[in-house]
Design a protein around this ligand. Structure first.
Ligand code: FAD
Ligand code: UDP
Length: 396
């Protein structure tokens, strides 16, 4: 669903805007919306890409009629009632709940690791407490008292066999970084369950926007006080902006400071689309490929995200996802967060705090592995604590 962002007939000069939002992902779009609606202040949104919505953008594939997420499946889930109420202003959500399957040793397993995964893998029929005791014994044998990195954290939860089958090589493909160098928080995103609960998330609210993410962004940004310029890089437009403008910057923080302390580590992704002539390719929205014999990490099949829609019966749309280190002009998608990155980011964070009239936000601006609901929640907080007070003061 292409975002038909409204380019207004009257196109005022950039210098007339007191607020500039750099980037139209969930962080930037939330700020722009709140500034316009709650403060009635004009906002200019500058977006480098030819579409709005950042990495959450989706559109309809003209050939199959299937909505696809251009940057991989984006599942909306949150336990934050304020965030859920906010996104529901822009679209109703369906009742899709995400399940992921993983292909190991020519067999399918449930992911995240649950009682089904454990029983299938070890050829057992454990009850929950038996499975927990079985894995606890394996984990205890490793003698990891206080895990400090991804590998230790995973092994201390599931033991070495399950780690080797489902985590080690997937993580190697996703990050190409020694898992001892990766923060434990990356693997803490996934639960380990001793029940047959096979949902990927455990949040109170979950679903996909029935009108698509494209419409959400269109509705967030379609306001008389908001002007969106697509295909414009902030650094190219900077000279034309009012020197007194408040800037909300959601691009990469290291780029803003011209890599003064060196480049932060990011992973980028390559996506490969295919349109098999079958109604259902893999039976689920996402299947992971943890083995090194496959170069991709996962395959997305988007029609499963919208069971409420009448879908193309003859064709489907799948997307293979490949991960590699970002360099040059690659899009940065995942902050790697090795020790050296975190130390470097700390230097950038200090510089960001000292930068007058610029608020740094979002996944790229704060070098944080934020999900959509977290980007929205962080934007709401930033609006309430920094942006609104400052604009109210300026307006007095
Ligand atoms: P972004 O969406 O990255 O937006 C930043 C925008 O700034 C971009 O559009 C960029 O073009 C623009 N920009 C950057 N520099 C400049 C510049 N100099 N001038 C102008 N514009 C600029 N989250 C979930 O909740 N569920 C999921 O299932 C999920 N899956 C994901 C899968 C993948 C593969 C990835 C990469 C992310 C996933 N996420 C998911 C995370 C989600 O994409 C982010 O939470 C969300 O996009 C963050 O919004 P943001 O505004 O911080 O950044
Ligand atoms: N992970 C794994 N095997 C899987 C799925 C995930 O080892 O089958 C690990 C991997 O290190 C990954 C992390 O768990 O980077 C977080 O997974 P998640 O699905 O949350 O990642 P995202 O959807 O953000 O790429």
């Amino acid at each position: 669903m292409a975002v038909e962002l409204v380019v207004r007939a009257m196109k005022p000069g950039f210098e007339q805007f007191p607020v500039i939002v750099v980037g139209s992902g969930f962080f930037g779009a939330t700020i722009a919306h709140l500034v316009a609606v709650e403060l009635d202040v004009p906002v200019l949104v500058l977006e480098r890409r030819e579409h709005g919505g950042g990495n959450s953008f989706s559109e309809i594939d003209p050939e199959t009629g299937i909505e696809f997420h251009r940057y991989g499946s984006h599942l909306f889930h949150t336990s934050n009632a304020k965030v859920w109420e906010f996104v529901n202003r822009f679209s109703a959500f369906n009742n899709y709940r995400h399940r992921v399957f993983t292909f190991h040793d020519n067999r399918m397993f449930t992911m995240p690791i649950n009682l089904m995964t454990i029983n299938r893998f070890f050829g057992k029929s454990f009850k929950p407490a038996e499975a927990a005791a079985f894995l606890a014994e394996k984990a205890a044998a490793e003698g990891i008292a206080a895990p400090t990195n991804l590998e230790e954290k995973a092994i201390s939860q599931i033991g070495r066999d399950l780690y080797a089958a489902f985590v080690r090589d997937y993580t190697a493909k996703q990050w190409e970084t020694d898992p001892k160098e990766l923060p434990a928080s990356i693997i803490s995103r996934l639960p380990v369950r001793f029940s047959y609960d096979d949902f990927y998330f455990s949040d109170r609210y979950e679903g996909l926007p029935v009108d698509g993410y494209g419409k959400i962004f269109q509705r967030m940004l379609n306001h008389p006080r908001i002007h969106v310029e697509l295909g414009v890089d902030f650094f190219a437009a900077r000279a034309a902006l009012a020197p007194s403008a408040l800037i909300i910057y959601t691009g990469p923080v290291d780029r803003y400071f011209e890599y003064r302390h060196g480049a932060l580590g990011w992973r980028t992704l390559d996506f490969e689309l295919e349109r098999p002539a079958v109604s259902d390719y893999q039976g689920a929205a996402v299947v992971n490929y943890p083995e090194l014999q496959f170069k991709h990490t996962r395959i997305h099949e988007f029609k499963h995200l919208h069971p409420e829609r009448a879908q193309n019966p003859k064709q489907t749309l799948i997307m293979r996802e490949y991960s590699r280190f970002a360099s040059g002009n690659d899009e940065p998608y995942y902050p790697i967060g090795r020790t050296e990155d975190r130390q470097r980011y700390e230097l950038y964070r200090e510089m960001a705090e000292a930068e007058p009239s610029v608020v740094f936000g979002g996944r790229l601006g704060t070098y944080r592995y934020l999900d959509m609901h977290q980007a929205i929640s962080a934007a709401m907080k930033s609006f309430e604590t920094e942006i609104a007070p400052r604009l109210r003061r300026d307006g007095e």
